[in-house]
Design a protein around this ligand. Structure first.
Ligand SMILES: [Zn+2]
Length: 237
């Protein structure tokens, strides 16, 4: 497409094309977080667009956490790190919109989280072992607060330790939805939190030992035990 053709497009369309181009260039450059993409003037020149189109493109890129704008000397567009919790939140909203129920969540968790725990047990290294210890120590310390957030951190961590970002993001979005069903945990029972913590510890032990079979079996048992619990919370909202 020539620049004359592009200039005849309505502005939002042109802005989206520029935004996609910048995204592709950043991805091709290996996503160099903190690097300057260029100043507004440089970018207007580079892409041959109006200031209005460029600003709209920047708005799109900022919204998706691809870049942020830094003012002043050495300023301009700076490559930033997309935030997985923002993406997971969008996914969670979509799941709510599609009226995802507890049964579907259980089905998807069994597929995604059993795959994650299997990969995590295969791929675990010293950093991963330290990460598991950190998240379980925190969970143990905050058990009395009955924080549903910290109980979900374990699942999100196992998702991350799978080494597969696609699976990680899926686990994170499902955790965000279930967490919302649980609410603030005001009516959670301490014995349930303790049982979940114990299950997490035994799953983590199997992952740490690279015992794939035990890790999968224990996670499967844990998710089955959680299912009726999740179901009862899902019906409240
Ligand atoms: Zn759990």
């Amino acid at each position: 497409m020539t620049s004359t053709e592009r200039s005849t497009l309505p502005e939002p369309k042109a802005a989206e094309i520029i935004a996609s181009r910048v995204e592709r260039e950043i991805a091709a450059a290996g996503w160099p977080v903190g690097e300057v993409v260029g100043s507004e003037l440089e970018l207007i020149e580079r892409y041959g667009v109006s200031r209005a189109v460029l600003r709209e493109a920047i708005r799109i890129l900022e919204h998706h956490f691809v870049v942020r704008t830094r003012r002043g000397r050495g300023g301009g567009l700076i490559v930033t790190e997309p935030d997985s919790s923002t993406v997971a939140r969008s996914m969670k909203l979509f799941l709510q919109y599609r009226r995802t129920n507890a049964e579907q969540i259980h089905e998807a968790r069994m597929l995604a989280e059993l795959a994650c725990v299997e990969l995590a047990a295969h791929r675990i290294d010293d950093d991963g072992r330290a990460e598991l210890k950190r998240v379980l120590d925190l969970e143990g310390d905050t058990l009395e607060e009955l924080s549903t957030r910290s109980m979900h951190d374990f699942h999100v961590t196992v998702g991350r330790l799978s080494g597969n970002p696609v699976l990680e993001l899926n686990v994170q979005s499902m955790a965000a939805l279930v967490q919302e069903w649980y609410g603030e945990g005001e009516d959670e029972r301490p014995e349930d939190a303790l049982a979940a913590h114990k299950a997490h510890k035994s799953i983590a032990q199997a992952i740490r030992n690279g015992d794939v079979e035990a890790a999968v079996r224990r996670m499967s048992r844990h998710l089955d035990a959680l299912a009726p619990y999740v179901e009862s919370r899902a019906h409240r909202t």
